[in-house]
Design a protein around this ligand. Structure first.
Ligand SMILES: NC(=O)c1ccc[n+]([C@@H]2O[C@H](COP(=O)([O-])OP(=O)(O)OC[C@H]3O[C@@H](n4cnc5c(N)ncnc54)[C@H](O)[C@@H]3O)[C@@H](O)[C@H]2O)c1
Length: 372
């Protein structure tokens, strides 16, 4: 669901982790009337400086004049706020979130929820009974073309869904502060770190439980000439993953991270017993192709799903960060449900972990193996 208007009131945000993604959050917060940033947390002074520059550019001179802290406990001791965005590296999420869960703050935690199933399971348990909401940043659901694709499938435009294919053909992983994203132990592995978005889309679209996963993937092209204290990056840069669901739907993710020249970065294709539905990003072109008897004229309909220019300019995720933020604020205000729960975050980590094991051990991994 896309929320296009919002009565936010004043919403005071804390940013934990002020690197690349936090800059995108700052630019998008500036588009929401009433939203402002009241504290920054990052152990790296350069990142704090970067965030202050972004605050100045997005909100005006005075907005940069806010306290900064090296860790969450010291920030909590002196800060009054309504919400917090956690955008620190994946491997820090669990420990960063723990003290935040002891407060009433509304929490938006960047994906993936955690790098391991035990850590993500622990967070799910600790979110129970809190006053503030907990939301995992699976924001691809909120790209306007993707949101429309999801609602078309749920409205039955394909008939009964049988197949779902998701393709991401894009550029290699960007540089991060301290190069943390070059190693599986920091990220959870590419199938968790990056592909949690797509596994979340699968479960959101299919609305059934994943049963088994087969992933063929490896580090074949990217980062192989890089060296960090004698270690070469070990992250998968391309893969095919098949996920079977308990309602019989088969889903597929095709990831290639050395395809920066591709015209469409993401393509989603759903086929049911009555029609094929596809959408591309960034074109926003959505095509519905109903089945017709062989020899009869095709009955294809095309539509372009646009995204507001200022929203596109505020991020690198085709409007997802902004529309997710609006939906988060609606949920925090009690006017809408949390759309991406801690449980959703855990499920995406489970499928991603199954895919990592599958690629490594070259076998099918059942989700039931990962329980307990
Ligand atoms: N939603 C998306 O599509 C999307 C896109 C990019 C990144 N992300 C996620 O956002 C998070 C941050 O990624 P990034 O690209 O901004 O990385 P980054 O390296 O650019 O920034 C991370 C920042 O966190 C800081 N940090 C490290 N340990 C910390 C701690 N314990 N407490 C507070 N801050 C700490 C680092 O100093 C750095 O400034 C990751 O979880 C990543 O997966 C999500």
């Amino acid at each position: 669901m896309i929320v296009t208007t919002i009565k936010c009131g004043i919403m005071r945000f804390i940013l934990v982790g002020t690197g690349l993604m936090a800059q995108e959050h700052i630019r998008n917060l500036a588009l929401v009337p009433g939203a402002r940033v009241v504290a920054l947390v990052d152990p790296e002074p350069c990142s704090i400086t970067w965030a202050r520059e972004s605050l100045r550019n997005s909100f005006g001179e005075k907005a940069a004049d806010i306290p900064a802290y090296a860790d969450v406990p010291s920030m909590l001791a002196t800060t009054e706020a309504d919400a917090v965005i956690v955008a620190s590296p994946n491997y820090t999420h669990h420990d960063v979130i723990l003290p935040l869960l002891e407060t009433d703050l509304h929490i938006l935690c960047e994906k993936p929820l955690c790098t391991t199933i035990p850590d993500a399971t622990d967070i799910v348990a600790r979110t129970k009974g809190r006053k503030g909401i907990f939301w995992v940043g699976m924001e691809y659901r909120f790209m306007p073309p993707v949101s429309r694709f999801i609602s078309d499938v749920h409205e039955g435009k394909t008939g009964i869904l049988r197949r779902l294919a998701l393709h991401e053909h894009r550029f290699p992983f960007l540089r991060k502060v301290g190069d943390w994203n070059r190693f599986n132990h920091n990220t959870g592995g590419t199938m968790v770190e990056k592909c949690c978005h797509f596994f979340d889309l699968m479960t959101c679209i299919v609305q059934a439980s994943p049963v088994r996963v087969f992933c063929s993937g490896a580090a074949d092209v990217n980062h192989l000439d890089e060296n960090y204290d004698g270690q070469v990056p070990d992250i998968i840069d391309n893969s095919y993953t098949i996920v079977d669901f308990d309602n019989g739907v088969r889903a597929m993710l095709d990831l290639c991270m050395f395809a920066e020249g591709a015209e469409e970065q993401e393509q989603l294709v759903a086929i049911g017993d009555r029609a094929k539905l596809e959408v591309g990003i960034p074109s926003g072109i959505k095509i519905l192709s109903p089945r017709v008897p062989v020899g009869e004229p095709k009955a294809v309909t095309r539509e372009v799903i646009e995204v507001r220019e200022d929203v596109l300019a505020a991020g690198h995720h085709h409007g997802a960060t902004y529309y997710q933020l609006l939906a988060f604020l609606e949920a925090a205000a009690g006017r809408a449900p949390v759309q991406v729960t801690a449980e959703d975050g855990l499920l995406a980590v489970k499928i991603g972990t199954a895919a990592e094991i599958s690629a490594r051990e070259k076998r099918v991994v059942r989700l039931s193996e990962l329980e307990g």
